[in-house]
Design a protein around this ligand. Structure first.
Ligand code: SF4
Length: 349
């Protein structure tokens, strides 16, 4: 705080229960600093900011990967797994309070457990324990890193019926030279084999790509487009590279012009739009269970998601034939229409 005199008070991420104390103390001019000796995980009771039936649960904090474009390790520090029983207890309390959908998150979920016990990745065991909790109906996991998304994890996702057969696997690029400059682990060949394995197992894939990373040539961008055409991701988000203060990539030569980045982004997203449209259209006529999320007064319809749509990041399923639903209920739906982002369906039970 001595370095930034403008700060009135500091509150650690695990200390938000002391927010009002901090405001009062700051108001008295005390410049409070509540950081609980650097505690990384919240001990106070949870306040849900999501609908009451769905909750995100953080399983680790920080990151040991050093992607050259990313400032998160500088801000959050190294990887720290949250104790296994703490996570399961929190999920149990959430389920007792009416939450039926749990989404496990972290900067890097697939490495969970690397700093606990004998260091083996424990996400498969965690998925098993969370899905065994009474009242939990669906479990999701987001933000896996490709090289720790091993067969044990894929086996657990396939074996556990409450776990969404869905992987969010940010890949960022597929050109070996760029992957190296991004300091991403895993070669293009290895990444392609992982993607093929997920497809073989019927696991829905979401990924994220960066366009316009320093030094990205037209040819390397074409390689990315070819990969996206071939891999046919169910969902793909993309960003133009932006330099983050203090990162290695910010100081790299050959920064790409903003208008080139923008054009590449548009080209990639147009390509993906066509792929998503085809994939969604193939679902018309199929049936699925849908969790009702809410009612959109402007559209005049309820909407929800199946196991294959993650909250917030994916599209939704608009429900066309019922007006008397309750957010949080599960209904059986037949898909009747699709666009590149959303689906429509009617309740069949
Ligand atoms: S991009 Fe993700 S994996 Fe890479 S350093 Fe940042 S948080 Fe870690």
């Amino acid at each position: 705080m001595s370095e930034i005199p403008e700060i009135d008070g500091l509150l650690g991420v695990a200390e938000y229960a002391r927010l009002f104390d901090m405001i009062e103390a700051a108001d008295r001019g005390a410049r409070p600093c509540y950081t609980a000796n650097g505690a990384r995980f919240l001990r106070a009771p949870r306040v849900l900011t999501t609908p009451g039936h769905s909750a995100y649960v953080k399983i680790s904090d920080g990151c040991d990967n050093r992607c050259t474009y990313c400032a998160i390790p500088l801000i959050r520090g190294g990887y720290a797994s949250r104790p296994f029983d703490d996570i399961v207890d929190e999920c149990r309390r959430l389920a007792e309070g009416g939450v039926t959908e749990i989404t496990l998150i972290a900067q890097d979920t697939s490495r969970y457990g690397c700093d606990l016990g004998d260091g083996h990745y424990q996400l498969p065991e965690l998925l098993e324990a969370v899905s065994a909790i009474e009242g939990v109906h669906w479990v999701r996991v987001l933000y896996c890193y490709p090289d720790s998304t091993d067969d044990r994890l894929l086996d657990a996702i396939q074996r556990l019926p409450k776990v969404a057969p869905y992987l969010d696997l940010p890949l960022q690029h597929i050109d070996d030279d760029l992957l190296k400059r991004m300091n991403r682990r895993g070669s293009a060949e290895w990444i392609k084999s992982r993607v093929a394995e997920c497809h073989r197992r019927g696991i829905v894939l979401r990924t994220t790509m960066i366009v316009g990373f320093p030094g990205e040539t037209d040819a390397q961008f074409e390689t990315l487009l070819d990969f996206v055409k071939e891999a046919r991701f169910d969902r793909l988000g993309a960003f133009t590279y932006s330099a983050e203060e203090g990162t290695a990539a910010a100081a790299m030569p050959d920064q790409v012009d903003e208008d080139v980045k923008r054009a590449r982004l548009d080209q990639l997203m147009m390509l993906q739009q066509g792929i998503s449209m085809e994939i969604n259209a193939a679902r018309v006529g199929s049936a699925c269970e849908v969790l009702v999320d809410g009612f959109d007064a402007e559209v005049g319809r309820f909407y929800g998601r199946s196991l294959l749509e993650a909250p917030e990041s994916d599209g939704c399923i608009w429900l066309t034939n019922k007006q008397d639903l309750t957010p949080g209920e599960y209904v059986n739906v037949r898909i009747t229409a699709a666009d590149a982002y959303d689906l429509e369906g009617e309740i069949i039970d």
